[in-house]
Design a protein around this ligand. Structure first.
Ligand code: NDP
Length: 333
């Protein structure tokens, strides 16, 4: 097996030398075990901050879709695929009775998705897809006719949230980092408006495209963008606090924590709730099945930005943090 080991904690931007590519001999399989070979890796924003609390020397964390290539466990036959948080490693021996991951979610068999690409198990039919599904429905509790703003709108979670919001009959406004992404959101993903936060004044543009105010805010980025949107929300608006990527590369201990949001939250009696998708682990399959149905009905469209080669994991990771991806960032082995 080849694997990336964390040798230094990330400081500001992660550096290639923070990880070391190593080889590992795997032992023969014992009864009950099976061996998987990674086909697709996910690179996700959480990796940037989550590893900081784990010990140096661990395999770099992350999810993968892997094919079972050898098995001494009839529940996990050769040829099937699993989705699991196995880290950045090409081959892994798994034993269902032993918990081997940084995540509380155990590896599971990829559901039958027909001729759709198995990489969707890391995107729309996996963790980001369920983040969009449960975060929007359970935290924003959107109603038809309302206006929702989504930041990080052209990414895996954001582009998915916007499409579900359209299915539910909302007015959908996305905020993202390039004109190409804005064009994609409005022309292909069905968003009503998109705002490029790098070139447009977000507050003024938002007043222009949402004169009726904002009822739901699905926040993927935090920081100034969040402050701007929250000050344009309507009475009893709901904020789903999903992520705050604008601060992930920052030393949060030295950042000012004083953006004053309280007047906006108080006067408009907003409800703001942080959530982590695994809150709905007991309904995981429901999310996958609903998203699968919407894809099959042509109501949900997916896009992946695929980097080829395990040796390019780091570049794909840092590229995603910098906004190189449209839709889900994936590495194909
Ligand atoms: P994305 O596919 O959205 O990729 C990250 C994107 O973030 C980039 O493409 C970039 O797009 C944008 N970005 C980077 N830096 C900044 C910045 N300073 N300000 C604004 N945008 C920035 O990733 P995901 O869809 O996987 O994740 C989106 C968010 O959701 C993250 O915050 C993540 O942590 C969170 N998340 C939370 C989960 C939960 O359970 N709560 C589960 C999964 C994800 P651009 O070109 O627009 O800048």
């Amino acid at each position: 097996a080849r694997k990336y080991v964390l040798v230094n904690y990330f400081v500001d931007q992660p550096k290639p030398t923070d990880l070391k590519l190593m080889e590992e001999e795997l032992p023969p399989l014992q009864d009950g075990e099976y061996l998987v070979e990674a086909e697709f890796f996910s690179v996700d924003p959480y990796m940037r901050i989550y590893v900081q609390n784990l010990p140096l020397g661990i395999t770099m964390i992350g999810g993968q879709v892997a094919k079972i290539i050898e098995s001494k466990n009839p529940d996990f036959p050769v040829g099937k695929r699993i989705v699991g948080y196995l880290g950045w490693r090409t081959h892994t021996i798994l034993n269902p009775n032993i918990h081997q991951s940084f995540s509380e979610q155990k590896p599971y068999l990829l559901p039958d998705i027909g001729d759709l690409p198995s990489s969707l198990g890391l995107g729309m039919l996996g963790m980001p897809g369920n983040t969009a599904y449960f975060g929007l429905l359970e935290i924003c509790k959107p109603k038809s006719g309302e206006t929702i703003v989504i930041s990080g709108a052209a990414g895996a979670v954001g582009s998915h949230v916007g499409q579900i919001a359209k299915i539910l009959g909302l007015n959908v406004i996305g905020i993202c980092g390039s004109d190409e992404k804005c064009k994609w959101l409005t022309e292909e993903m069905g968003f009503d408006f998109a705002i490029n936060y790098k070139t447009m004044p977000v507050a003024a543009k938002l007043r222009e495209v949402a004169p009726q105010g904002v009822d739901c805010y699905f926040d993927n980025v935090g920081g100034d963008i969040a402050g701007t949107v929250i000050y344009q929300m309507n009475l009893f608006g709901r904020v789903a606090l999903c992520g705050s990527i604008s601060s992930y590369n920052a030393d949060t201990k030295s950042l000012p924590k004083s953006t004053i949001l309280q007047p906006a939250i108080l006067l408009n009696q907003l409800k703001m709730e942080g959530f982590i998708a695994r809150r709905w682990l007991n309904r995981w399959n429901e999310g996958i099945m609903q998203n699968l149905q919407w894809i099959r009905e042509g109501k949900l469209h997916y896009r992946e930005t695929v980097t080829k080669g395990f040796e390019n994991m780091f570049d794909a990771f840092i590229g995603m943090l910098h906004g190189d991806n449209t839709g889900k960032a994936i590495v194909q082995v």
